[in-house]
Structure formats: C-alpha cells, structure tokens
Design a protein around this ligand. Structure first.
Ligand code: ZN
Length: 102
C-alpha cells in the first residue's frame, strides 16, 4: 500500500521537478546574462566602464584594448536571479533524487 502511494506521489511530482529544473535553468541564464546599466563602452574581460579611459588599456584589468575587446553597454549579473535559480535547481535535484531513489 505504501509503495503504491509512493509510486503515485513520484509519478505526480516528477514533472514538477523537471519543470522546476527548467525554471532554474532559465533563472540562471537570465541572471548570468545580466542587465544593461549603461550604453557606453565597456571592457569585455572585466566589464569596466571605458567611457573615461586614457589610452588603449583597460583602467581596471589592464587589458590592451582592441576593437574586439570593447563591448557596448555595461552589464551586471542579476545576483538575486542567480541565487533564486541556484536554490530552485538544488531543490529540484533533491526532489528528483528523493523521488527516484527514495
Ligand atoms: Zn578590463
């Protein structure tokens, strides 16, 4: 009887863990891509704002700047989205493992 109930619960919650893992992946991608905070040029390596630079080196990391190393728009990762995605991914993995092997 207990195994039937566990099998029913596992069948009901597996899609939930898969959906939550997909949501976690979306949150992690969204958080890692970040949001644009300015439209000016920035360093590809360290994302420092290059609008006030002197010379051809990045003032923050010292990278010799070529046109390929300069991106338009300063981006910052969305830390709350990264945290929420990490927690959701952890919970979905735990629930999947518990349902699979529990
Ligand atoms: Zn830099």
């Amino acid at each position: 009887m207990v195994s039937i109930i566990l099998a029913f619960v596992a069948a009901a919650f597996k899609p939930v863990s898969v959906i939550s893992a997909a949501g976690a992946a979306a949150l992690l991608c969204w958080g890692a891509c970040g949001g644009k905070t300015s439209q000016g040029p920035c360093c590809r390596r360290c994302h420092a704002d290059l609008s006030q630079r002197d010379g051809n080196h990045c003032p923050k990391c010292g990278l010799l700047l070529t046109p390929d190393d300069i991106r338009s728009g300063t981006r910052h990762c969305r830390r709350r989205a990264l945290m929420a995605g990490s927690v959701l991914l952890f919970l979905s993995v735990i629930s999947f493992v518990a349902l699979q092997y529990g």
